[in-house]
Design a protein around this ligand. Sequence first.
Ligand code: ZN
Length: 133
Amino acid sequence: MINAVDHIGIAVMDLEASMGLYKTIFAVAEFHREKVEEQGVDIASFSLNGVRIELTAPLHDSSPIATFIAKRGEGIHHIAFHTDAIGDDLQRLHSSNVRLINTEPQNGAHDMLIAFLHPKSTGGVLMELCSEK
Ligand code: ZN
């Protein structure tokens, strides 16, 4: 069951510059840093009362984040929702004709399983489901 907002993904080109900006706005004391090779992303995140803000930069030109920024520029990339049963939710959404980018859960940051829903099926919002392994 989908039960919370887990994080908001923000596409950025220059992670260091963005961390500086978010430090200024939110007085972030410390960022969690992580590269997720499988997704082609370099992440710096911090938590605001349980909701993570994930600054996400491309690791290389073929990263989905690089493609997104080339098309739409930097900005909000996706909203991630926490679920306690990602496999069941993907099946349920698939049977409800919601288009899935990932039909099977993938490895994401924070040692979580993730899967993206296609924005063509979600009113233009890129949604991610994530759950503990
Ligand atoms: Zn995410």
